[in-house]
Unconditional design. Structure first.
Length: 258
């Protein structure tokens, strides 16, 4: 497979420069197959920005099938700092968020995984903020549509949320953006994954005093939280990191403590 990839990939990338969209989609499908073979990924990475630009153009104007295959390939290419920066600077995050909202269940899941890879790099966090990514993803989760089609997407969205929302400033900004209401609705969702994702995200946000006040103002906040605790079968805890120590404070105590 390595020798095949080494000989074929450069030819495929050159073909992407001149063929029509129908042929591009077939080529991207072949590239996506190569991208999931661990020993062949480096062949794609060698093609650099040329391949990245083609994949991003497919995300903007390709079919649902092509979008899914492009996202599969981007999973392999989005693990390096240089490629992550290039994807963020070329509008890739915006395209991936659109697919997460309106794509097929398969393309939604793959797009979320690419977004998670990109969020690992500080170089892309500004791009996520510019696209209001956290609000988009939390609103998407609270709608229930994605969770009904693909429950595996929920923990991926949660990981992305936690990666972007770790600083005091970002917690405050996320809380004020309207995400708290969406997360409160998710606490009363049908799927257990949905409840757990919302509770963990809220425990991160409620380190901020301002967000606790927003939570308390909601008519459904305490009610949905109690339901989630009952349904999940455990007390949700709030983890506060302090150098090498982790202290655990009961979630409800934080809410009721004046």
């Amino acid at each position: 497979m390595i020798s095949v990839a080494q000989g074929v990939v450069p030819v495929l990338v050159r073909l992407l420069d001149s063929c029509n969209m129908s042929m591009k989609e077939k080529i991207v499908a072949v590239i996506s197959i190569i991208s999931i073979v661990e020993s062949s990924k480096h062949v794609l990475i060698t093609e650099g920005l040329s391949l990245l630009n083609h994949l991003l153009r497919v995300l903007e104007s390709g079919s649902g099938f092509a979008n899914e295959k492009a996202c599969v390939a981007l999973q392999a290419l989005s693990l390096s700092k240089e490629n992550a920066r290039a994807i963020g600077c070329r509008g890739g995050i915006s395209s991936l968020l659109e697919i997460s909202q309106a794509g097929t269940p398969g393309s939604q899941a793959f797009a979320a995984r690419v977004l998670r890879n990109l969020a690992l790099f500080t170089e892309t966090k500004e791009n996520f903020v510019e696209e209001n990514a956290v609000f988009v993803l939390v609103s998407l989760g609270s709608s229930g549509v994605v969770l009904l089609n693909n429950l595996a997407l929920c923990p991926i969205l949660l990981k992305l949320f936690l990666l972007l929302g770790f600083s005091s400033k970002s917690r405050k900004e996320i809380g004020e953006s309207g995400c708290m209401g969406a997360l409160i609705d998710m606490l009363d969702g049908k799927a257990m994954e949905e409840k757990e994702a919302a509770s963990k995200a809220l425990s991160t946000l409620l380190v901020c005093t301002r967000n606790i006040k927003i939570f308390k103002k909601s008519d459904k906040g305490i009610l949905n939280l109690c339901k989630a605790i009952r349904d999940c079968g455990y007390v949700i805890n709030l983890y506060v990191r302090n150098t090498d120590e982790s202290c655990c404070v009961t979630f409800l105590y934080m809410l009721f403590d004046d």
